[in-house]
Write a protein that binds this ligand. Structure first.
Ligand code: SF4
Ligand code: SF4
Length: 344
């Protein structure tokens, strides 16, 4: 394991662990309940058996190497007016690419040392339950905020897996996790929408991180809770004492390209090409500009940004997306409504 850890570190992976490929039947009831109660994320594959059976993703799999890459760089500070906050995970280069490149660098070692011949790299692009695999392997401990903690990096880590066709010795759990016993569920209490309905239980329909990425109309009853969040939400991670002391990332890939804050008026005026030029290297690019422009309108409304009214009116009248036009109309109403009106 020490050899594997050293090779993984040199390849760019900050921590690795190994686990078996048996079906994660212990997750089934929990996931079924989330599905039955409508809390299940639309980004996840609906077939639970597919998700909890690693060999369905890669039939030749005999072991899984789970890995974490730390991404904490600068500290975000507060968003200036007319700016929206971008989640720390999206500031730098797209982590999917960074992790895949690191796993690929590790392959040569695995071929020479263990005789690996076939493999599958998974970074958010298979049905696998990645956080659960990281916990099962001892790489991470899942906090009450549902985030994966890999000390000394806190929960500022990206996860990925490498499924290989040889049997490797599973790791024994080593992670210490966050100091939850001394903290009184600060993360759960800080959630602005009560999306954390209990320790380790999240209702995706209320989670701002999920909602800022989802297409379609943003739920009206949660728009004021969005505050200045343009993309993602780090609140339940920011308040965690383990994260304040977390070790910074050694990877220059995660230095901000577009974060921590982005000017909203500029965002609203971007064409598709300009959007790609600015966000193309980041993990935000996949979602396309309309979702971000929808969020930008809501944040301008929340900031009661009168300076933005002419641009919002133009957006409400002429944006090609109905969802963005509706968000701009909502923002105009919010900015022009007297602040003593209930719900204003
Ligand atoms: S905020 Fe507190 S309860 Fe939540 S994960 Fe961190 S230490 Fe645990
Ligand atoms: S990411 Fe934000 S909205 Fe989602 S559970 Fe955490 S604090 Fe709540």
């Amino acid at each position: 394991m020490d050899k594997l850890r050293r090779a993984a570190w040199e390849a760019g992976l900050d921590a690795v662990s190994v686990t078996h490929v048996k079906p994660q039947t212990y997750l089934k009831e929990f996931m079924q309940e989330a599905q039955d109660e409508g809390r299940y994320s639309q980004f996840a594959a609906p077939d639970i058996d597919l998700r909890i059976t690693p060999t369905k993703a890669f039939p030749k799999a005999k072991s899984i190497i789970t890995a974490a890459v730390a991404y904490r760089t600068v500290d975000p500070g507060t968003a200036p007016k007319m700016h929206g906050t971008i989640s720390r995970s999206a500031w730098g280069r797209d982590y999917h690419k960074v992790l895949k490149e690191a796993f690929t660098r590790l392959i040569t070692f695995l071929q020479e040392e263990y005789g690996v011949r076939e493999w599958l790299i998974a970074v958010d692009d298979t049905p696998l339950v990645e956080r659960a695999l990281s916990a099962q392997s001892g790489l991470a401990i899942i906090g009450p905020n549902c985030a994966a903690y890999v000390q000394p990096y806190g929960s500022w880590v990206f996860l990925g897996e490498l499924l290989v066709d040889v049997e490797l010795e599973p790791s024994s759990p080593e992670n210490t996790g966050p100091p939850c016993d001394k903290c009184d569920l600060r993360c759960v209490k800080a959630c602005p929408t009560n999306a954390l309905i209990g320790p380790g239980l999240i209702d995706a329909r209320r989670c701002l991180s999920y909602l800022t990425q989802k297409t379609g109309t943003f739920p009206e009853e949660l728009r004021d809770r969005l505050g200045s969040r343009l993309w993602g939400c780090d609140t339940c991670q920011h308040v965690c004492p383990a994260n304040r002391a977390a070790q910074k990332s050694r990877h220059s890939d995660f230095e901000p390209i577009v974060g921590p804050h982005f000017p909203l008026m500029e965002l609203l005026g971007l064409t598709k090409n300009e959007y790609q030029q600015i966000f193309g290297e980041t993990s935000i690019a996949w979602r396309g500009k309309n979702v971000l422009q929808r969020n930008a309108c809501i944040v301008l409304g929340n900031q009661r940004a009168e300076e933005a009214l002419p641009l919002l009116k133009q957006t409400a009248a002429g944006h090609p997306s109905e969802v963005v036009r509706e968000a701009a109309q909502w923002a105009i109403k919010r900015i022009t409504r007297p602040s003593n009106v209930p719900g204003a």
